[in-house]
Design a protein around this ligand. Structure first.
Ligand code: GLA
Length: 379
């Protein structure tokens, strides 16, 4: 009798454990694990943010990179919708900024130089004649200090002090980027920076999205909306000419949702220069607050990505330089146009273009902006 009781109690306990695990799925919060080691021995951690719907975002403190975003399709099937690698070696090797925080200056600065307060600053020319994404060792290649924030939502703060003169830029720049995963399936990216000398700055995130799942074909069937009536046409080295061109009647008009592939191979000078879309769009906005910048739907899975920001521009890039040489997660081959990027930003080459919104930061000021990647599904 006594043994039966003990046995029954034990059985009930085991059952309750199984039910709990099954119903709740991964526990909401942040989980830290080791991702790899740098050549100097520094450990790189993977922080997995989970919300109450089971959506998960993986972030590493090398380059502040988003290494995975797992979201459901309209049937509830989860898939990882960003390109990347299974281990640190992949990120340390040659790759086009997968998932990274880019800075100090995301995008291009013409001929790798600019003048500020009558001083000319010289930067690395790491993209033809221009400087791209912060230079040779930009924020995508540095180790950030990670702090798990005790908040209602899962939030991870990454901090980095970029020393005066690093990659040629003036001022000690103290940067904080906070990734927060909300229960509304929104990934918030909060950028903060202060400086002790006048400087220029443009931070962004370089995630490569494929809403059908990473490695699952090209993104040409994705339907894109960009809330922009103008874009900044470029020269042959992808530097804006200074013109803000109306999108009306051009393949750059995404004000009505249009398949990315519908016009990408049109006989259009700007598309030829970019080898596809690789352009900054001037966001239509009322005032300076958060606005819906872009909305992307993948028709088969029904996954939807919305991008909201308080920045003036967004770079729409269609993975034109992906050519099948990179093998990503699970050995998958990342072919031509297997992903798109939506990089919220100040316009490229702003330090040399007084007519563009200013990208300057002075001592005593705080650079602060927000981008939200919101995931949902469409019927
Ligand atoms: C940005 C640029 C592109 C390309 C990628 C990285 O999106 O605009 O031209 O350099 O980064 O390959």
């Amino acid at each position: 009798m006594k043994y039966t009781k003990v046995f029954l109690c034990l059985l009930a306990f085991l059952l309750s454990l199984t039910v709990e695990a099954g119903a709740a799925g991964p526990k909401p919060g942040i989980k830290r694990s080791t991702f790899g080691k740098m050549s100097d021995g520094q450990t790189i951690d993977l922080y997995t943010l989970t919300n109450k719907n089971g959506m998960q975002v993986g972030i590493i403190n090398y380059g502040g990179r988003v290494v995975s975003i797992r979201v459901p399709d309209r049937q509830g099937q989860m898939a990882d919708v960003v390109l990347g690698f299974d281990n640190l070696d992949g990120y340390l090797g040659n790759n086009p900024y997968f998932g990274a925080i880019v800075g100090r200056y995301a995008n291009r600065i013409a001929k790798g130089r600019f003048t500020l307060d009558s001083v000319e600053y010289k930067l690395a020319q790491n993209d033809g004649p221009n400087s791209l994404h912060g230079g040779v060792k930009g924020f995508d290649k540095v180790v950030w200090k990670a702090t798990e924030l005790a908040k209602q939502n899962s939030a991870l703060e990454l901090a980095y002090l970029s020393k005066d003169g690093e990659e040629g830029y003036p001022g000690n720049l103290s940067v904080k980027v906070t990734y927060t995963l909300s229960d509304d399936n929104e990934l918030w990216i909060d950028y903060h920076a202060t400086t002790d000398k006048d400087t220029v700055l443009n931070l962004s995130n370089h995630s490569y999205f494929n809403l059908a799942g990473e490695g699952n074909g090209d993104i040409l069937q994705h339907v894109m909306m960009i809330a922009a009536s103008r874009f900044t046409p470029v020269d042959a080295t992808l530097i804006p000419t200074g013109e803000l061109r109306n999108v009306e009647g051009t393949p750059f008009d995404f004000r009505q949702p249009t398949a990315i592939g519908a016009r990408i191979n049109n006989d259009d000078e700007q598309l030829k220069l970019g080898r596809g879309y690789d352009h900054n769009f001037v966001l239509d906005r009322k005032g300076s607050g958060m606005t819906l910048a872009a909305r992307v739907v993948e028709p088969k899975s029904g996954r939807v990505l919305e991008v909201k920001t308080d920045q003036p521009g967004i770079q729409f890039y269609t993975g034109n330089f992906l050519d099948g040489t990179i093998h990503g997660k699970g050995g998958k081959v990342y072919g031509h146009r297997f992903a798109f990027c939506l990089e919220t930003q100040h316009f490229p080459d702003s330090p040399n273009r007084p007519s563009f919104p200013s990208s300057e930061l002075k001592p005593g000021e705080t650079y602060h902006y927000i981008t939200v990647f919101r995931f949902s599904t469409a019927p």
